[in-house]
Design a protein around this ligand. Structure first.
Ligand code: ASP
Length: 326
């Protein structure tokens, strides 16, 4: 082999070796966007803004939150599924990523193959709340009113597959009484309707309800966790309030479009891990009744394992219920 050819090959080999690191070092080259598949002012939005701020500090770029609500989070997911896979457009979504693959049989994207998981973020408890003048003083009263008024009652949710939808389904099945569901593009706008007394009940993450409950602007009946929350010590658990099997919590994760280069996914995951150790983020999460996941869960591998297991957990339950979004 001639010397110039050998040198050329060596240069190519070195380039190949250096490429991923160099790639990651030059990323990001411009502001990033995190698509929230729900309206502003709701729990996914709140978590996303805190994560975006903390990741922005780490990445040295603005991370802008973009709300693309509707169809239980599938419109925003589709937006990211179609985005250029260069790490600048991400999706922050919740448990809906485990239910929509079964609930929606005609999505314009492949609900699993279209995304690269980056890391889990947090698991948020839910709370059952009602409009300020709802005629029930405790969960037993709610159950009685539900059995008596059934579909006359309006239950607000963020669309099929949303956490509020799942929580409502569980409540209705435990109480054995249907309600009329009223879908919104997120529970941010649903909360406004509840505060105005135009819908009756809602089950929502504490990231959206803690301040309203503490300020007595809504009625609150239970948290859907096995233990009471330090942030809402007077609110009983659903089991304490007399309804067993009414437990749900809502996990969140960060995703990039499929084919995003591995070094960029690694850089984003590292940034997410740094964000989840940020004292400002931890303090705000705590005020809202939640905490970041353990560091080893904020990785692509742990996230993928958890996500796929959750899809497998929900699939038979949804299929048995036979209720699909299409
Ligand atoms: N909490 C909503 C849900 O029910 C979504 C949101 O607005 O963040 O899934």
């Amino acid at each position: 082999m001639s010397r110039p050819v050998r040198r050329g090959l060596l240069a190519l080999a070195l380039l190949g070796m250096a490429a991923p690191a160099a790639f990651a070092q030059t990323f990001p080259t411009r502001p990033l966007s995190i698509v929230v598949p729900f309206a502003p002012g709701g729990p996914t939005d709140t978590v996303s803004r805190l994560v975006a701020e903390a990741m922005g500090r780490d990445l040295g770029q603005n991370v802008v939150v973009e709300n693309v609500g509707g169809a239980g989070g599938t419109l925003g997911s589709n937006r990211v599924a179609q985005a250029r896979p260069d790490g600048h457009t991400l999706l922050l979504h919740h448990i809906g990523m485990a239910t929509t693959p079964t609930l929606y049989r005609r999505l314009p994207y492949d609900p699993v193959a279209a995304f690269e998981p980056i890391g889990l973020i947090t698991e948020v408890p839910m709370s059952l709340i009602a409009r300020p003048n709802f005629p029930a003083n405790n969960l037993a009263d709610v159950v009685a009113v539900m059995r008596q008024r059934r579909e006359e009652l309006n239950y607000a949710n963020a669309g099929i597959g949303a956490a509020s939808h799942l929580c409502g389904l569980l409540l209705m099945s435990r109480v054995d009484a249907p309600m009329t569901t009223v879908p919104f593009r997120g529970t941010g706008p649903a909360m406004q309707e509840l505060l105005a007394g135009r819908v009756d009940l809602m089950c929502d993450q504490t990231t959206n309800t803690t301040e309203q409950i503490r300020g007595n602007s809504v009625r609150a009946y239970a948290v859907t966790t096995p233990q009471r929350l330090p942030t809402l010590p007077d609110l009983p658990t659903s089991a304490e309030a007399g309804l067993t099997g009414f437990e749900v919590s809502v996990w969140h994760g960060l995703y990039a479009p499929r084919n995003t280069p591995a070094p960029i996914i690694a850089r984003l995951s590292q940034s997410l891990q740094t964000a989840l150790r940020d004292p400002r983020l931890i303090a705000r999460f705590a005020e809202l009744g939640t905490a970041p996941v353990a560091q080893d869960q904020a990785t692509p591998a742990a996230h993928r394992t958890f996500w796929l297991a959750d899809i497998a957990k929900w699939r038979p339950l949804i299929q048995a219920a036979g209720q699909y979004a299409d």
